[in-house]
Design a protein around this ligand. Sequence first.
Ligand code: NAP
Length: 331
Amino acid sequence: MPSALITGITGQDGSYLAEYLLSQGYEVHGLVRGQANPKRPLVEALLPDVDVVEGDLLDQASLISVVQSCQPDEVYNLGAISFIPISWKQAELTAETTGLGVLRMLEAIRLVTGASKSRPGGGAGIKFYQASSSEMFGKVRESPQSESTPFYPRSPYGVAKVYGHYITMNYRESYDLFACSGILFNHESPRRGLDFVTRKLSLGAARIKLGTQAELLMGNLESKRDWGYAPDYVRAMHLMLQQEEPDDFVIGTGENHTGREFAELAFKHVGLNCDDYIKTDERFMRPAEVDHLLADASKAREKLGWEPSVDFQELVSIMVDADLQAEAKAG
Ligand code: NAP
């Protein structure tokens, strides 16, 4: 039975990836950090077949110990400080977790496998996936963005992801590790964190419809993002590690929309007009904005045979319906 270790198991992608790998016959280990992490019971309830292991991307020894004991065939590094506005407030923690955390996980794999150029097969024993991000393109140099588009990150999060991306490439080249980065554009779902713009909008529309909220305070809704559906994106992560050679891939839909378009659709879905309820709040504006992201995922389509299955309008409906249902159930 193949086995996988996932960091970030308590997050959106970690849960979908775990479900997908379990459905493919994997044994799945999920890394949870911290003492009495409140999300641990949620993971254990949602994913009872996942073996929860303790460790932290800030703690090198814990990662070595986890890799040693789980002996995974594949490691998916999804753990990160991932909420971009927080990355300005906690820039050092973001660099440590989202950037240096990648190095620590690569080092754990190198030390446990003894990976080296001089060893036949290098570090082929454990394959590694790094969760790179379209935020690395930031102030875009060209459009759409592909694997060869130069990076220009616009947040401490984006800068840390660029480090994670290049150190993954460097370990692949230095130690023959089977290490890949997926440069994933925004992907959403009903499991998206409550602070993220799409989830704030879907939940806000649901609550306003149900009469439990009066208005919705938002930041900039004019930036364009290439928004896809998270379960489609975890399939791409797995596909990358099943190729003959390690490589990096852009994953996105090739279509972009503003936050305002998301808001209009979400409120329309519940029979309301978003302009009657949404107010702009300067507190939610980023110090440096990313205006326009659009994926050119042609390499993934050709080499991985990957395609998204859910379009923008469907994504908005899925999220609003899930929030309506959950809010109605919660009373
Ligand atoms: P998420 O829901 O915010 O999950 C982040 C995960 O990282 C959580 O499980 C969190 O654990 C964990 N984490 C934070 N600090 C950690 C530490 N010190 N040690 C171990 N784990 C730690 O993020 P997501 O949306 O699933 O995204 C998964 C990955 O893809 C992230 O790296 C993100 O940056 C990247 N990405 C996401 C998107 C997107 O649109 N979703 C796009 C491109 C790239 P706690 O619950 O304990 O805090």
